[in-house]
Ligand binder design. Structure first.
Ligand SMILES: NC(=O)C1=CN([C@@H]2O[C@H](COP(=O)(O)OP(=O)(O)OC[C@H]3O[C@@H](n4cnc5c(N)ncnc54)[C@H](OP(=O)(O)O)[C@@H]3O)[C@@H](O)[C@H]2O)C=CC1
Ligand SMILES: O=C1CO[C@H](CO)[C@@H](O)[C@@H]1O
Length: 318
């Protein structure tokens, strides 16, 4: 059996990676796509050879020949579309951040639980070989006791004020929601749950959401995490550093996967590049999870935790 997917929202990320990732997975088939603009919908469907096309998400969701819905729309659509899909008996894989706020995440989790369908969130960095290698090094205590994790990420885009990514009611916030969310999820994967979050933000002169956010989190383990994220700056690599009592790990760009391990014995460079299509392992895991009747690796409650931390950060920054 294959999972027959419907893809709602065929914009940037669907075009760059999601459609191709579904089509390359042996357990998946892309059978339907949706966006409101008909010419762009047809262009996308023709490009990827998708037979069923919808200009209304409710119509795709109600379609009987689908098993799962991938939601790649702006963040304010995630909750209503997930709930509608769950009620129609479809499994849901939703883009990050999971929703505008934790209350919406709760509604999505509960709708999927009640309908008995799977819910996954697209924090695909959890499948990066470099992230899994760091997790292994931490668990094996190769770095001793972890004192801190730090990540710097910047997106050079200068978004216009009417872009959904910088309107709070549409994107939920600015760079913290959009790009910081991915890195907070990596923090949670590597160092476990967080006890406290402190934050400062810098308002943008051009739009409603923040332009920069800096977070200081304290993990339950006692370790510290520092996250810096920006919109509208020079291209900033996805830099990660972890400091322990016996060693340090530096990754200049998580998306490339080169890892430097420094200990008292010297330095060692390892290379763990990600899959060519970063979404491919995510789709494979989700489809396999549905077929095997297990929870996807990045489940609703896992995805929600990042929304919880972001909410605490915005509250503290106020
Ligand atoms: N995992 C990752 O690395 C990335 C994730 N993302 C996430 O993916 C999601 C989408 O981002 P991105 O592709 O950049 O956004 P875009 O703005 O490029 O695309 C959004 C798409 O959603 C469609 N859409 C909007 N509203 C509706 C609606 N009510 N019903 C149906 N379709 C709708 C739009 O088409 P139309 O207006 O014609 O309806 C468009 O096709 C976001 O959650 C974002 O955070 C984005 C980039 C990378
Ligand atoms: O990682 C990413 C690349 O940039 C996009 C636009 O800011 C983000 O939405 C996405 O999560």
């Amino acid at each position: 059996m294959t999972i027959r997917w419907g893809l709602v929202g065929v914009g940037d990320i669907a075009n760059k990676r999601v459609a191709a990732a579904i089509q390359s997975d042996p357990n998946s088939e892309l059978v339907a796509v949706c966006r409101r603009s008909e010419p762009q919908l047809n262009q996308f469907a023709d490009q990827f050879g998708v037979p069923h096309r919808f200009t209304n998400a409710d119509d795709l969701i109600a379609s009987p020949n689908l098993d799962a819905v991938y939601i790649a729309t702006p963040v304010d659509c995630h909750c209503p579309q997930t709930i509608a899909a769950a009620r129609a008996g479809k499994h849901v894989l939703v883009e990050k951040p999971m929703a505008l706020n934790p209350a919406e995440c709760d509604q999505m989790i509960s709708a999927c639980d009640q309908a008995g369908v799977s819910l996954g969130v697209a924090y695909y960095r959890r499948f990066y070989p470099v992230v899994l290698r760091i997790q292994q090094l931490i668990e094996a205590k190769q770095l001793g006791r972890i004192l801190s994790i730090g990540c710097v990420t910047g997106n050079p885009n200068r978004f216009p004020a009417d872009d959904w990514r910088v309107i709070r009611t549409r994107g939920g916030g600015g760079p913290l929601m959009d790009i910081g969310s991915h890195r907070l999820d990596v923090f949670l994967q590597l160092l476990g749950d967080v006890a406290t979050v402190k934050a400062n933000v810098i308002d943008s002169p051009d739009y409603e959401a923040e332009q920069a956010a800096t977070l200081l989190v304290q993990f339950n383990s006692g370790a510290h995490g520092i996250l810096q994220c920006y919109f509208g700056t020079v291209e900033t690599p996805d830099r990660l550093e972890i400091i322990g009592t016996e060693g340090r790990i530096t990754v200049e760009d998580l998306n490339h996967g080169d890892l430097m391990i420094s200990t008292s014995e010297g330095q060692q460079l390892e290379s763990h590049p990600p899959a060519d299509n970063l979404h491919a392992p995510l789709i494979s895991d989700f489809s396999a999870a549905v077929l095997e009747h297990r929870s996807p690796t990045i489940s609703g409650p896992v995805g929600k935790r990042t929304n919880d931390l972001i909410r605490l950060a915005y509250e503290d920054a106020q």
